[in-house]
Design a protein around this ligand. Sequence first.
Ligand code: GLN
Length: 566
Amino acid sequence: MDGQSILNEIASTSSGEFYTPLPKGYKAGKTKYVVITGSVISGVGKGTISSSLCRLLQDRGMNVEPIKLEAYLNVDSGTLNPFRHGEVFVLDDGSETDLDLGTYERALDKNLQGGNFVTSGKIYQKIIEKERAGKYLGRDVQFIPHVTGEIKLVLRNLAVDTKADVIVIEIGGTVGDYENMFALEALRELKYEEGAENVCFLNITYILEPNSLGEQKSKAAQLGIKRLLAMGIQPSVIVCRSQTKLQESIREKMSLYINIAKENVFGVHDVSNIYGLPLKLREKGFDEAILKILGIAKKFKANGNTALKEWTKKTSTDGKGKPVMIAIAGKYTGSSDAYISILKALEHCSFKLNKTVTAKWIDTTNLEGKKDLLKKQMEGVDGVIVPGGFGTRGVEGKIAMAKYCRENNIPYLGLCLGFQIALIEFSRNVLGLKEANSTEFAPKTPEPVVCLLPEQRKIEGLGGNMRLGGHDVQLKEGTIAAKLHGNAKKIRRRFRHRFECNPEYIKRFEEKGIVFSGKAAKVPIMQILELPKHKFLMASQYHPELTSRPTNPDPLFLEFVKKSAK
Ligand code: GLN
């Protein structure tokens, strides 16, 4: 029986054992699914390999939609601490997601939406809402079929909404985590319902190579994948991550123990430039193997690799460019994942300018009142980024850093909080408003140069939501910002903030030389500032790092790195 007949049969069953709601117009086989799981350990590049696969399929002219299934119970990533979980990646539609969505957007060079990210919390929330509304018609609501049914519905909704040729599903964590059991069970059901030719399971495993042995060992990988087999899931493709090139004997063992043709066991060992990975995988026949399993290798042929080669070339440097050192002055400096999009945006500039950009972490929590330490930390630094952030910790150190950059003509790029910091610093040391502050850090400050947005003030008592997602930024003619953006009248960028420049101070800032070169369309929200007489002092209330792309770096970043390199 093919997928559609199975779905028809389920739909016509009157007893309540099945729960497979389908979006209107859904047809099995129209969209194919690739399910990516990890085994042995996390952190070995599941996201990188999935996004490389997306790139490869897109390169064949396919409409590819990634979706990340996160196991945690938060409804979205909005409240997560970046130090523990990495940065919160905001989509154009305002969804707060985890950093993997950034990886996918950069790999595919396209904007994703809330439907590309789902947490267990979001699934359970939907189920509880339906239950309270009596939608389950008196049935007891169970993990199987209701939770699994809801997960499948999310996937099929994405298929219908986007008309995707392929949906690449990345399961967070590794096989064996209690947390992602129901997601895996849902996907086992999906394969049965859609038909074997429409769903391909791929497992990314890790081959150990202990120093004491000096050889590769596959036992952990075998046992890890056996857990999938025990759940009724037979992967069709395996990627073996390893430190050194995969040994042939290991490939054979994996083939034998996991019932997979040898040619569907791929080795990916550590590489320095991940941008070269799609082309390398293509040369090994990786995407071809997956499309063969899905029966569409003939329909979507690879196109001579010219575009892919071009992209690979554009996303590298020759390593000979002059090094530029950029300091990132924040408070989550112990975790590079907390600022991953900033690091990527710098990397995009390095490709364009053929420079080696290195990042130096400066923890601003320690800088307060320590002038000498700041000076010492700044040795060899060519430019400074003050990134986004929330809460008081480290703020005074950031203000000291902004002052140092302004006074010593060192390039400064402020991002969101870094924009507000530049305003506070300027108020205190140029406007002479010694007690200037943001009401976020000093609610009773006599000089609230940064304060709550008017619309946020209204809803403050109700839990105060943030201004989130994509908004237009109108650029002022003749300013640096306008020039950097090709004299565009407006650009669209992503925001995540509650506070802003207090409109009552705008005139005073302008009188002393600050130019507000980007503003919101209908409300007096300042969105870009520049100090034209400085080597480079610019800041944006938005997050330019979220929309910088490998072959298309954000103009603010690009100019900042250019000026820092001089
Ligand atoms: N805390 C500041 C605000 O809420 C800045 C936010 C940010 O940097 N993302 O406006």
